[in-house]
Ligand binder design. Sequence first.
Ligand code: FE
Ligand code: FE
Length: 195
Amino acid sequence: MMAEDTDEIRKKIKKELDRSRYQHTLGVAYTAAALAMRYRQNIEKAYLAGLLHDCAKCIPTDKKFELCEKYDISLTDSEKENPALIHAKLGAYLARSQYGIDDEDIIASIRTHTTGDVGMSMLQKIIFTADYIEPQRDQAPNLCEIRQMAFTDIDRAIVRILSDTLDHLNQKSAAVDPKTRETYEYYLSLTDNGP
Ligand code: FE
Ligand code: FE
């Protein structure tokens, strides 16, 4: 059963997001819960982190900059050039201040859900992966294989997600956050034979 305050958070988040982002959010929350079962993590925490991971996503870009300024959240050059990245860092802040989350692992999993990070906790890996594989996703290549891999070897799934993400960004000639490449190289070196 879902704890009462978790359901309160769900209702609050529903108001903050547009319809498709809310559907995506529920997909991430349930997928994170399933991965938590597989990797013996706290299911409620994974669900909650999934619910909150995109809490800052639907804030207009100028307002995102305004809030970061107001709350003294420092942005990297990469985030300034690619404001879509800001929702992770700002979301981590809002999870604490607006949604009353004090669990550092949940906060960290929101902060790193877009680019990943080196040395992620299992919850951080779960949210990063769930964001990519949740049932409504249908654009990325190799989803079928990555979905299966997420439940067999999450580190290898992370390597595949990051290598496909880097390929996609390169094809579009889009900017790559240095963290994305750093995370890729870290998890590639951890897994035996690469992706
Ligand atoms: Fe996101
Ligand atoms: Fe997301």
